[in-house]
Design a protein around this ligand. Structure first.
Ligand code: SF4
Length: 194
């Protein structure tokens, strides 16, 4: 069952993330994370040393060091109690196999495995508290809302109303300037002119 919380000015209805409930969506997001050059989720075969050699090259380090950057300690890896409840079922439960367990990835929105990694790994995880899990979700909902209000056109980005009307005469040259119109970010005068 979902709950509603307020974080700052953001009100979000925090159900389980869709990909934890929809196997097709989970698979689609997972496959996209495997294929995207800037993500490269893997290795698919946990014994694949070549993956870690490539990751090490990407991060400009050694494979042994790269191997320490896994989903299990990534800032986006959610194994909070509420998230584990979102992942029931024999195929998706947070299995403690010999290699690790599943958690939810808030960056790429699928159930990822603690022993894998990706190029967007960031230190600071895992997420083990419900409060932090809800904060990630609320932020994601806010980002989605903002994305829906920005329309990319030739020459820049328009902020649009609910009915799709452009809310400025000219498009902003940068997305950041469009976000600033929505009050989502602050920009300098110089950036505003861009
Ligand atoms: S962002 Fe983090 S949790 Fe998500 S797939 Fe990459 S390493 Fe795993």
């Amino acid at each position: 069952m979902g709950i509603k919380i307020i974080i700052g000015k953001t009100e979000a209805r925090l159900e389980c993330p869709d990909a934890t409930q929809d196997l097709e969506l989970n698979t689609k997001n997972r496959n996209a994370a495997i294929k995207a050059e800037h993500i490269q989720y893997g290795p698919l075969n946990l014994a694949d040393d070549e993956y870690w050699e490539r990751a090490a090259e990407h991060w400009n380090t050694e494979p042994e060091v790269a191997k320490k950057s896994k989903c299990s300690n990534c800032i986006a890896f959610d194994i909070s109690p509420r998230m584990l409840e979102c992942m029931p079922g024999p195929t998706s439960e947070p299995i403690e196999d010999e290699e690790g367990y599943l958690g939810y990835c808030w960056m790429h929105h699928f159930k990822c495995h603690s022993a894998r990694s990706c190029y967007t790994w960031a230190a600071g995880g895992p997420i083990s508290k419900d409060k932090v899990s809800y904060e990630w979700q609320a932020k994601g909902s806010k980002d989605e809302e903002l994305e829906e209000k920005i329309k990319k056109v030739k020459g820049g980005y328009f902020v649009t109303s609910k009915s799709g009307k452009h809310l400025s005469k000219k498009p902003h040259r940068t997305k950041k300037a469009a976000l600033a119109q929505l009050g989502a970010v602050e920009i300098s005068k110089a950036e505003r002119g861009k």
